[in-house]
Design a protein around this ligand. Structure first.
Ligand code: HEM
Length: 408
């Protein structure tokens, strides 16, 4: 494929993250296609750069010395160095590098072990079936509110043992805290994000105190395992902020996986019929949905030294926006990148990122996606989306805020 890359400085006429074109939220893919072919490095007015090609993202994820995740320098002016949002995000493992990152990650990976996850599966199936039952009572239900959004909050609530009575605000907190990561942020969004962290912390302190007094089996109880690492591996603040992070990381992303899949299958009836006829395809299908409509569209890394990419010098200290949504449709990596291939193999998409920070929850997310989509199709094979779908309105996360449907 001929490389028609322009100078990266000309790329910002294609996409400026703080003021994307009006059609971008609905369909960013024509813009991504231009980035991939014309400006694989797209300079932003503030000096940061969008990187979009698969091979570049893959290499950046692997080189954790040159491309770091620490965001203190970016978050201090964005949130204020004494704010609750700053304390939360700068203590989350995702925005840290070794040694703190490795320490927190090893505790988390150990806590989310196969036994702990296997224990969640029967509850997940029961929850999905209950939600599917209740959909049949509703006229044109919203598949986000009544289905896709209701699953992860319950599952992660179960994973950490959050009492049912305390779960109602979790979804709004999660949206407010992650929403504060958007490139452009209003004063209200900032205030909402800070309040959400503070309220979430208060709830977790009570739950952690209770679980410390009444510990569960550390082999299967994730919170007990995390608490028992406090002092040795995790400080109190790291424990609280990373519990908040687990709840957030697995919520909107998984909602988007399920919602995006149902929208894709509404649009492509051939793929839907194929999946209904061959339910065993669900495992590869989930990865294809993740590739085509990646719930997390952008990640970030900071350069630690001067580098050259596409013949352009990038100075140390440059913030890179890694466009997962574009990389997952890069024709240099994926054959027919805009087409659903339910049995696509290999499918080394970057929806869960790569390298040292690869998503810790990917097994759980795939399990939720597989069970929710498979059971939905079995129960409502003829569903159609009805007018009124709204997008989440985010650049970083791709999904729907509402998705009304007729289940017929
Ligand atoms: C479809 C659902 C999901 C998607 C698309 C997704 C995507 C991602 C991505 C792209 C990253 C890497 C961020 C970066 O380094 O730039 C990440 C990290 C992470 N995710 Fe997920 N995620 C999903 C579900 C979950 C779930 C269910 C959990 C936990 C219950 C989870 C926990 C985490 C954690 C702890 C990290 C940080 C890993 C680290 O920094 O080492 N995720 N996720």
């Amino acid at each position: 494929m001929p490389d028609q890359a322009k100078s990266p400085t000309k790329g910002s006429d294609i996409l400026t993250l703080t003021s994307p074109p009006p059609s971008f939220h609905d369909n960013p893919y024509p813009t991504y296609a231009r980035l991939l072919s014309e400006a694989p490095l797209c300079q932003q007015p503030d000096g940061s750069m969008i990187v979009s090609r698969y091979a570049d993202l893959d290499a950046i994820y692997r080189d954790t010395t040159t491309f770091i995740s620490d965001k203190k320098a970016v978050f201090a002016p964005k949130f204020g160095a004494n704010s609750a949002l700053y304390e939360h995000h700068t203590n989350s493992l995702v925005f840290n590098d070794p040694p703190l990152h490795s320490r927190v990650r090893s505790v988390m990976v150990g806590a989310m072990n196969p036994r702990a996850l296997a224990q969640l599966e029967p509850g997940l199936i029961a929850l999905v079936d209950t939600l599917l039952d209740s959909l049949s009572d509703q006229q044109n239900p919203d598949l986000i509110e009544a289905f896709a959004g209701a699953i992860p909050i319950e599952i992660i609530g179960n994973l950490l043992g959050i009492p049912h009575a305390d779960r109602a605000p979790l979804r709004d907190w999660s949206l407010a805290i992650l929403g504060a990561l958007e490139p452009a942020l209003s004063t209200q969004q900032l205030a909402r994000g800070n309040a959400a962290v503070t309220e979430f912390e208060a709830l977790l302190r009570v739950i952690i105190a209770h679980r410390t007094a009444h510990p569960g089996d550390p082999e299967t109880d994730v919170l007990t395992r995390l608490i028992q690492s406090e002092g040795e591996a995790l400080s109190e603040i790291e424990l609280i902020q990373n519990c908040i992070f687990i709840l957030n990381a697995g919520h909107e992303t998984t909602t988007n996986l399920i919602g995006n899949a149902l929208a894709l299958l509404d649009n492509d009836r051939h793929a839907r019929a194929q999946l209904i006829a061959n339910p065993d395809l669900i495992t590869t299908a989930v990865d294809e949905f993740l590739r085509l409509e990646s719930p997390n569209q952008f990640g970030n890394r900071l350069t630690t030294r001067d580098i050259t990419l596409h013949d352009h010098n990038i100075p140390a200290g440059t913030d890179l926006h890694l466009c997962i949504g574009a990389a997952n449709r890069d024709p240099r990596q994926f054959d027919a990148p805009d087409t659903i291939k339910l049995d696509r193999r290999p499918n080394k998409h970057l929806a869960f990122a790569g390298g040292q920070h690869t998503c810790v929850g990917l097994t759980l997310a795939r399990m939720e996606g597989r069970i929710a989509i498979d059971r939905f199709l079995k129960r409502y094979p003829h569903y159609i989306l009805t007018p009124g779908a709204t997008r989440g309105g985010r650049i970083r996360f791709r999904g729907y805020a509402s998705l009304p449907a007729s289940l017929i």
